[in-house]
Design a protein around this ligand. Structure first.
Ligand code: 6R9
Length: 647
């Protein structure tokens, strides 16, 4: 195919934890004898009561179930904190870089973090939080977000983090769905010099979520936020009064650890449920091997704590591995497009893990912003969240990494808990744009549309043949939906929703979602969610949303809207609808294009023909495919004649 290949540099092959021969041997064992392989890997965790069973899983109706290490007990917070105290109590656990470079950073040692977590765990207990209770976290990128997560894990509560960019409506829906009585928030967040009214959003959410009994409020900006007497608790006051000692709860490996809401192709976002033991083993192992991580190295994952990458690779993975993890509150281009690389220099970051959308945005600003920084400390670069186009990959490799740093393009999902298909820096020759080969224990398969397994090179639907320890265990509150969503499209397999190509070397190339999920700047959006926000507007009769190619975001949001008969759509309504969707879901769901249409293309049975809408949004109108089943072909002519001018 003539694509570039970057061999493993010799010094990497010699010094890395895993070289190619070791990868092959370990991968072999991981799939031929998963019990033995994962029993060994699980020793990276301190178990209170050791497990006697490793894997007990089935993807088949009848005996469906996913259990790992099921009779073992542990506490994740104790593994991330207490056990490090003797050897690395004074090592920095969290480096915090604020939004503004003029504000002071924070350097929090393991000992300090341990005390903060113990105090906050006691605050939670004082509020009656017990094992199995759900706690919603709606915090900006501050160390207290990690403290709140670890405190929940410590007392056995299940955290549900809601991204701080989500609207009050979205927050209320998630709070109600999991039935949490407590929300943890801050007065305001700070991003790119702008304030985010978090406490105000929680107050607004509480109007729709009567289940909220207590709100714990962290002071971040010192903004003037009214406190509700009897409901709101000041974080600092409560922690100061709490004991600095706390005994972690003994949790079963299969006790829930967290819920994280993510978008699917149908319905409301679903609460993806992860449990304790398998997840701990999985994020620790993947973090160590994928980044060739050694304790104490300065590691920076730029993802927000509100997404799964923030859970697994900003907080849990690095802390389980005794790492120093850098948390950055701000954005890549504030105060200017050098910021990322200035932060790298300031802390001598060795490993940087970011998203293609940020790289594309920075690439567009020109190389000078990068080149005026040193970046000599960097050893490994990572990519996650969406396919990285070869052009951005080459820029990342040549300009940011100066040709020196292996790039690990890691494919995975909220549902998978951690990395599934990825290069290992000392083992894998790199092909720009390919996530390359499966991680240990992962058995990817490509199926054609009939569900037949494809051998050799080809393009198909990506499924995983067998369970791995970090796999999600359920959809919160809807046991049936888990099996239905992931295991019935192709019976007996976990269906990822992604399309994928495998080349002649067995490398995997993710081609993107094949369901009605779009990936905007690495954020998953269900088209159904945006549609239901649009039709909730009084002037809208019907809406259909599809993805469109977008230079920076990867995909943009293209909405076709049919208004009620008595409404004359105009520019003002377009603006109003855009603001409406931002308010209903959040700024990440802002439509890029709204095309008003008197009708949508439908089959005679009334199904919207999204394939046609996608083609129009992609500006691929020469080939609309079979339109013979359209109920009214003139609808398509109207759509084509009235496409908005795209910038
Ligand atoms: C971790 C995360 C999952 C979806 C996934 C896929 C896309 C993620 C990717 C990638 C190509 C990569 N995706 N990483 N596509 N190459 N390296 O992003 O989880 O938010 O659940 O999104 O993102 O389409 O199915 P999540």
């Amino acid at each position: 195919m003539g694509e570039a290949i970057y061999p493993v540099p010799a010094e990497w092959a010699e010094n890395a934890l895993i070289d190619d021969a070791r990868y092959t041997a370990m991968y072999q064992q991981s799939v031929s004898d998963p019990d033995a392989f994962w029993a060994t890997e699980a020793q990276r965790i301190d178990w209170i009561k050791p497990f006697t069973k490793v894997k007990n899983t089935s993807y088949h109706a009848g005996d469906f179930g996913i259990r790992w290490f099921e009779d073992g007990t542990l506490n994740l917070s104790a593994n991330a904190l207490d056990r490090h105290l003797a050897t690395r109590g004074d090592q920095i656990a969290i480096l915090w870089e604020p939004d503004s470079p003029d504000e002071a950073e924070r350097r929090i040692t393991y000992r300090e973090l341990h005390e903060m977590v113990c105090r906050f765990a006691n605050v939670l207990k004082d509020q009656g939080v017990a094992r199995g209770d759900r706690v919603t976290i709606y915090l900006p990128m501050v160390p207290e977000a990690a403290v709140a997560m670890l405190a929940c894990a410590r007392v056995g509560a299940i955290h549900s983090i809601v991204f701080a960019g989500f609207s009050p409506e979205a927050l209320a829906g998630r709070v109600e769905d999991c039935g949490s009585r407590i929300v943890i928030t801050a007065d305001e967040g700070l991003r790119g010099g702008k304030k985010v009214p978090l406490k105000k959003n929680v107050d607004a959410a509480a109007a729709h979520a009567p289940g909220i009994e207590k709100v714990i409020v962290l002071k971040r900006t010192g903004g003037d936020v009214p406190m509700v007497a009897g409901r709101d608790i000041d974080w600092h006051t409560a922690c100061a009064a709490a004991s600095p000692e706390n005994t972690p709860e003994e949790m079963n490996a299969e006790d829930p650890l967290f819920i994280l809401y993510t978008s699917g192709s149908t319905g409301k976002p679903k609460g993806v449920l992860h449990t304790t033991g398998g997840y701990s083993v999985w994020v620790s192992a993947t973090h160590q091997y994928v980044f060739d991580y050694r304790p104490g190295q300065i590691y920076w994952c730029a993802a927000d704590v509100g997404w799964v990458t923030g859970h697994s690779y900003l907080i849990y993975g690095p802390l389980l591995n005794g790492g120093t993890t850098l948390m950055f509150e701000g954005v890549p281009n504030y105060p200017d497009p050098s910021r990322f690389w200035q932060v790298v220099d300031k802390y001598q970051v060795e490993i940087f893990y970011g998203a293609p959308t940020a790289l594309r945005a920075l690439m567009r600003e020109g190389d000078e912003w990068v080149k005026k920084t040193s970046r000599a400390s960097l050893r490994v670069l990572g990519s996650v969240g969406e396919p990285i186009n070869p052009e951005a990959w080459e820029w990342y490799h040549k300009v940011v990494g100066e040709g020196r740093c292996p790039i690990v393009d890691t494919w995975w999902q909220t549902e998978t808990g951690g990395t599934m298909i990825t290069p290992l820096p000392g083992a894998t020759a790199l092909k720009p744009g390919s996530a390359s080969r499966p991680f240990f224990g992962v058995q990817p398969l490509l199926l054609d549309n009939d569900g037949t397994i494809m051998e050799g090179p080809g393009d198909g639907c990506l499924v995983i043949a067998d369970s791995w320890p970090g796999q999600m265990r359920g959809v919160w509150g809807d046991a049936e939906r888990f099996f239905q969503t992931y295991f019935t499209t192709f019976a007996g397999y976990y269906f990822t929703g992604d399309g994928c190509r495998r080349d002649e070397d067995g490398y995997y190339w993710i081609t993107g979602r094949i369901d009605d999920v779009i990936n905007v700047s690495g954020h998953r959006m269900g088209t159904a969610e945006i549609e239901s926000a649009l039709v909730a507007h009084e002037h809208v009769a019907e809406a259909a949303v599809v993805g469109m190619p977008h230079e920076i975001k990867g995909q943009g949001i293209y909405a076709y809207v049919t208004c009620n008969a008595d409404v004359e759509p105009d520019e003002a309504l377009r603006k109003e609808l855009i603001a409406w969707v931002r308010r209903e879901i959040g700024p990440i769901a802002t439509p890029d294009v709204i095309q008003f249409a008197p009708g949508l293309p439908k089959t005679r049975s009334g199904k919207i023909m999204r394939r046609i809408l996608r083609k129009i949004a992609e500006n691929d109108v020469g080939n609309l495919g079979d339109t013979s089943t359209l109920a009214d072909p003139s609808v398509v002519d109207h759509l084509l004649a009235n496409r908005p001018q795209l910038a």
